[in-house]
Write a new protein. Structure first.
Length: 365
């Protein structure tokens, strides 16, 4: 943090009179509040808070212990001070049935322990600790965790000190809440971005996603000097199919065609997309003309073998496809749309030659 809350200021606690101690507590609270409002990385903020409390107060251990979604276990701890060991680091998830922190989480109320040796739930972390104060970190109805402060003095947690730590817990709760809101928003935005790239009917990439990937692959193949293949797949006599069997059946056939196409690509490198209407595309980086043509022919055979009834086809009793194949070794100075145009011409050539066949545009350079 630019102005770390952990920077010690003034006399040690033991050298301060009551007004000075009150001023120290107030100053610490103000600095923590300022840092909390700056929207720093959550772990960095929590670490700074713990370091500040340990550096400026008679505090041996300060920690923020966060709960899982079900509030059954502590799963993450940020702390500062002198531990003999961290319970979370040793035992993994820390159930709320254990320790004074667990009691604080279960009851949902602050726990003041004036003599740790006499408390059956205290989990020793430092032999010099004499007292402990634990505060629920709560935002609204949501319990996020526990603020744990352990002091070397048995008389440290007076009313004023407890009020400051209560306020610190509130600030931490707000910071956690807004950090999680920001994370949820980022996840929602990522999901929306993903959905904006998917065709709603078939579940494959939509035209926007295809256009983006074509540009990426064009530049990459140009840099590597490798070929880029494009297959344009068109369902034969699709309008007559919709007219004869209904649009719902036509939609079912398109979904099946998309599924078949997906079986002919490498999911890590290739892309299957819906170009528009009944036209699907396969973008195949690194495939030469022979490899792309072999894939196109195997795909055509697989569609025919699926035997989806077509009551209005002039070619077959079943759904068939015409496939255009185009391959180019991209050049950065040339637009990638030329590959689309070549595959489209080849696909229309396949239709003109009788449908249910593969036509090749030839190698582009």
């Amino acid at each position: 943090m630019d102005d770390p809350v952990s920077e010690p200021v003034g006399l040690p606690w033991e050298g301060q009179d009551t007004p000075a101690r009150r001023a120290t507590l107030t100053r610490i609270l103000v600095r923590i509040a300022r840092e909390a409002l700056q929207g720093a990385d959550l772990d960095s903020l929590l670490q700074g808070i713990c370091e500040c409390l340990v550096a400026e107060l008679p505090v041996a251990i300060a920690s923020v212990i966060l709960l899982d979604e079900a509030n059954q276990s502590f799963v993450h701890e940020v702390y500062d001070g002198e531990w003999t060991q961290s319970p979370l680091a040793v035992a993994g998830d820390w159930p709320v049935t254990r320790g004074a922190a667990g009691r604080c989480a279960r009851l949902g109320t602050a726990q003041l322990i004036t003599d740790v040796d006499a408390d059956p739930d205290y989990v020793a972390g430092n032999v010099h600790v004499r007292s402990e104060y634990l505060v629920p970190i709560r935002h609204g109805q949501r319990l996020h965790g526990v603020l744990n402060i352990e002091s070397t003095r048995s008389d440290f947690f007076d009313e004023e000190a407890r009020a400051v730590f209560d306020a610190v817990a509130d600030l931490v709760a707000g910071a956690i809440h807004f950090a999680r809101m920001a994370d949820d928003l980022q996840q929602a935005n990522r999901k929306l971005e993903q959905l904006s790239m998917i065709d709603g009917l078939t579940g494959i990439a939509n035209r926007r996603r295809f256009d983006q990937q074509l540009c990426v692959d064009w530049r990459r193949m140009a840099a590597e000097g490798r070929p880029l293949a494009l297959l344009m797949v068109d369902a034969d006599a699709f309008k007559p199919l919709n007219d004869a069997a209904g649009h719902l059946y036509g939609d079912e056939c398109l979904r099946e065609l998309a599924r078949i196409c997906n079986g002919f690509v490498d999911g890590d490198n290739d892309l299957v997309g819906r170009f528009g209407g009944e036209e699907l595309v396969l973008l195949l980086p690194g495939r030469d003309l022979a490899a792309a043509t072999a894939i196109a022919e195997a795909l055509r055979i697989a569609v025919e073998a699926q035997a989806m009834p077509h009551p209005a086809s002039p070619v077959s009793a079943h759904v068939t496809v015409s496939v255009g194949v185009a391959v180019a070794v991209p050049a950065a100075a040339r637009p990638p749309e030329r590959l689309i145009a070549a595959a489209d011409r080849a696909m229309y050539a396949a239709k003109l030659q009788g449908r249910n066949r593969v036509c090749v545009a030839g190698a582009e350079s």
